[in-house]
Design a binder for this molecule. Structure first.
Ligand code: A2P
Length: 312
């Protein structure tokens, strides 16, 4: 980060980490060495994560300064008076007095109080609640020290460029879907050139998400031939090849797992250094394929389409 803070490149995703299970997952994660936990208000599990964080911190198993905790502002709290209360709720649930990173979760706005809209009127267009209105409030949270860094998620290069016209502080992070089938090379170059750090979500293709969010047939990166070949040659797993590809590109990566064996396996990927040849052969796999395609924001007569969200 610009102030010298370090974001651990291999973090733990908590989307789809089930209530009743996630508390144990967090304690195990910290025990085996995770220091970066990615959360969000809408995942519905921050209170349980907070119980575990409080337990490990008060037991002295880890110091707060050695943890990197990210959370995200949900789409129903973009209006200027809603941002701070949303952050305060997250801090209270996580039992923390500051976050390392707070992100605007999506460039999509809902009416206050709406979790997931079921009709077009529950959406608000960006022309009515612009990102600039929300961003001013994010900057205030930074000034007050309630969050150490601010950023965005699911933002296009176009939207980042628009922000540079009004932001006093540019987003330090953009968290987006990134993996060998969605390499986002233009974004990667733009962020490198402008000092924005990228975090890769759904790095393994998010196979655990609900069936309603999946397409009839989806590519499975874990059985991709090129990735399998590299894994066999190295004696590691295909998931590790994919995760180390992210780390070798200089992005952080937040695989979700609730399984202790796979959590350890994923963390160990941070120590694998792929060769230039291996990076190049993974580089050829790009299909611009989105598992999280944004079509779930489309509703008849609504203000958003997947194309307007991604600007493509
Ligand atoms: P589980 O929690 O049972 O380990 P993503 O991070 O792309 O959203 O992917 C998360 C999904 O991938 C979850 O279903 C998770 O299941 C599974 N997963 C996580 N790590 C691995 C791994 N090393 N190998 C295979 N599947 C994994």
């Amino acid at each position: 980060m610009k102030n010298g803070d370090q974001i651990p490149l291999l973090g733990l995703g908590t989307w789809q980490s089930a209530p009743g299970e996630v508390g144990e997952v967090i304690k195990n994660a910290i025990e085996v060495g995770y220091r970066h936990i990615d959360c969000a208000a809408i995942y519905g599990n921050e209170a349980e994560i907070g119980e575990s964080l409080s337990e490990v911190l008060s037991a002295g198993k880890v110091a707060r300064k050695d943890l990197w905790i990210t959370s995200k502002l949900w789409n129903n709290a973009h209006r200027k008076n809603d941002v701070r209360p949303a952050l305060e709720k997250t801090l209270s649930d996580l039992k923390l007095d500051y976050l390392d990173l707070y992100l605007i979760h999506w460039p999509v706005v809902f009416e206050s109080g709406v979790g997931f809209p079921s009709k077009a009127e529950e959406y608000l267009p960006l022309s009515e609640v612009p990102i600039s209105e929300t961003w001013v409030e994010m900057e205030k949270l930074l000034t007050e020290g309630l969050v150490r860094h601010i950023g965005v998620s699911n933002f296009s290069v176009k939207k980042l460029k628009e922000m540079s016209e009004y932001a006093q502080v540019m987003p330090e992070v953009n968290q987006i879907e990134l993996h060998p089938l969605l390499q986002q090379k233009e974004m990667h170059t733009y962020c490198k050139d402008t000092g924005i750090h990228l975090t890769a979500y759904s790095p393994l293709g998010s196979r655990g998400r609900s069936e309603s969010m999946k397409k009839a047939s989806e590519p499975n990166m874990l059985t991709n031939e090129t990735i399998q070949k590299i894994a066999q040659e190295r004696g590691c797993s295909t998931a590790q090849v994919i995760l180390s590809w992210s780390v070798c590109r200089g992005t952080s990566v937040i695989p979700k797992s609730s399984n202790l064996g796979r959590m350890k396996e994923n963390l160990a990927a941070a120590d694998i250094e792929l060769s230039e040849n291996e990076m190049q052969s993974i580089g050829t796999l790009d299909e611009h394929y989105r598992y999280i395609d944004g079509k779930f924001w489309e509703i008849k007569n609504g203000p958003y389409t997947a194309a307007s969200v991604w600007d493509e």
